[in-house]
Design a protein around this ligand. Sequence first.
Ligand code: GRF
Length: 206
Amino acid sequence: MSLKSLVSPADASPQPGRAVRLGIMASGSGSNFEAIQQAIIAQQLNAEIRCVLYNLPDALVAQRARSYNIPAFFIDHKAYKSRRAFDTALLHQLANHDIEWLILAGWMRRLTTTIIDAYPQKILNIHPSLLPSFPGLHAVEQALTAGVTISGCTVHVVTAELDSGPILAQAAVPVLPDDTARTLHARIQEQEHRLYPLAINLALNR
Ligand code: GRF
């Protein structure tokens, strides 16, 4: 499926004017962070990543961020007694960096309303399935187990209910007979890297 068939070029074009301030939260390798940063460098997205927050000490996203001189902060969820206390610490950093939009790029923790209500309709997430199919953890494995022949990825607005907010954009990929979770996820990620910057533009232009 081509994204061109779903949206007009103007909807997914970079906004004129000043760069929008983004915060990114990620728990893993950060390839989606990298795709967004590359889109900014290529002037396909008029934005600036002000900070990256990560919650796993070895998350590669931290190195990627620092290689672009973007500050990256480790905030350990295990150090907080409740999800709300953890979210309050995250919010403190996001507010310190004066972000306008929060982009979840492989963030593996559920958000509470402490954060969701601070950025109403301005938190986006990418999920490795065609939602509403296969929400939650292990979405790629869920798709393989279900035997679907098409899967993909979804960018959606984050609401209090997991992986259920309004869908902004989707891209589909075939599931091949000999796919493993690794090969299917790699095919989905190629589309994620293309889709996320476009979907951020769609959100900013709404
Ligand atoms: C992506 O597949 C995304 O859909 C999911 O987590 C993964 C993050 O990958 N939410 P990366 O860290 O951006 O490489």
